[in-house]
Design a protein around this ligand. Structure first.
Ligand SMILES: Nc1ncnc2c1ncn2[C@@H]1O[C@H](COP(=O)(O)OP(=O)(O)OP(=O)(O)O)[C@@H](O)[C@H]1O
Ligand SMILES: [Mg+2]
Length: 356
């Protein structure tokens, strides 16, 4: 019996979702480590408090738990909001409620099963936008390829004409040549987007890669860069050229968001993608996060929805391809990009990349 007890306690502690056992009076009598982490409070601060303190929309949940305690009803995947310990931060939560019985089959309390949905919801939003890239991508790449050939002919003929015609006509031909150039550059970017990634993966020191980019960006002197690097950051496997393209795009966007100059922070740290728990300790599968934090103009809601849509730009000289290309490269590396921004409050771009 004692062995059985330990066995069940181990299982309870190993479950990656939050598990909270509540008494008939709705007081919390047992919590597992995943629940402690999710609600950011220690076991001691849960125990003997009302479980309703954990939820922002507590009246709906109070009714449901009431139904469970009174009649043994269960509820699956209720979408609600949880409250972290500070009391001000809420997060999306999926909650299931089931009764637990004593030996005589009487309801003694309820088991709450909670799952934090914040990370998944954020990533779903990026994934929705990235679906658009693949369908749009195929069509536009075909077009890019076809546009480049006649473009060379247009630009070449305009240059010839420019040589032959008197100076008064040059102004117009210069427009033709300049614009043809611009289209050509855009087409190159799009074709680059489709170039298959070199399957050879190298071991990459992200700090070194970022430093190589910053050497160039620092030249303007307008922007101050603060590098906040985690010295224990492990190397990652990937394609150096392509990843350099990603961070160049992101750092350029940050610089372009601060026309008056300012500070850009680059932070690196280890990120636990997912955690495997045992009773005594936590084993984390590792990834890294690189954050590029600017204090620039920020992004409004409309642009936020179209950040990764090809050709969506708010800049007169932009092509709107920097972010979609970066996302594709990062996804090819099994990583994710997350953008957090509000108008006039700067922008934080997080790049998640797996290790090994
Ligand atoms: N750090 C940032 N701060 C403010 N706005 C940003 C930032 N990063 C991206 N944006 C917004 O997202 C849009 C799309 O960015 P993206 O890099 O894809 O294209 P672009 O910068 O406009 O053009 P390109 O990168 O092709 O030269 C930008 O036009 C801008 O409105
Ligand atoms: Mg850009």
């Amino acid at each position: 019996m004692a062995d059985d007890n330990l066995f069940y306690r181990n299982i309870f502690a190993s479950i990656l979702d939050g598990m909270i056992v509540v008494s008939g009076e709705r007081k919390m009598i047992q919590v597992n480590p995943a629940a402690e982490e999710m609600f950011q409070q220690s076991r001691e601060s849960f125990l003997h408090k009302s479980c309703l303190e954990l939820f922002a929309d507590s009246s709906e949940i109070e009714n449901k738990i009431g139904d469970t305690l009174a009649g043994g009803a269960s509820f699956h995947d209720i979408e609600c909001r949880g409250i972290r310990k500070s009391g001000t931060v809420t997060f999306p939560l999926s909650l299931s409620i089931s009764p637990f019985m004593n030996e005589d089959n009487e309801v003694q309390g309820a088991v709450l099963h909670t799952r934090d949905k914040s990370f998944i919801l954020d990533l779903e939003e990026t994934a929705r936008q990235s679906d658009q890239i693949s369908s749009l991508g195929i069509l536009s790449l075909g077009m890019a390829h076809e546009i480049k050939n006649p473009l060379v002919a247009i630009s070449g003929s305009a240059q010839l004409l420019r040589k032959r015609l008197p100076e008064e006509h040059h102004e117009f031909l210069d427009v033709v040549i300049k614009e043809a150039d611009r289209i050509n550059r855009m087409m190159d970017r799009m074709l680059d987007f489709a170039r298959p990634v070199d399957p050879k993966k190298q071991s990459i020191n992200i700090h070194q890669l970022i430093e190589e980019i910053l050497v160039l960006e620092k030249k303007s002197g307008r922007i101050q860069f603060i590098q906040n690097y985690d010295p224990s950051l492990p190397p990652i496997e990937g394609n150096e050229d392509r990843l350099k393209q990603v961070f160049l795009n992101l750092i350029r966007n940050a610089v372009e968001a601060m026309p008056e100059g300012g500070i850009i922070q680059i932070v690196t740290r280890i990120h636990s993608n997912y955690t495997v728990k045992t009773l005594q300790n936590l084993v984390s599968k590792q990834g890294i996060v690189v954050e590029i934090i600017d204090s620039g103009i920020g992004i409004n809601e409309a642009t936020m929805k179209n950040l990764f849509t090809p050709f969506h730009t708010t800049k007169s000289k932009g092509s709107g391809l920097g972010l979609p290309i970066s996302l594709k490269i990062v996804e090819d590396h099994r990583g994710k990009i997350k953008v957090i921004s509000k108008p006039n409050q700067g922008t934080t771009v997080q790049v998640f990349l797996p290790v090994g």
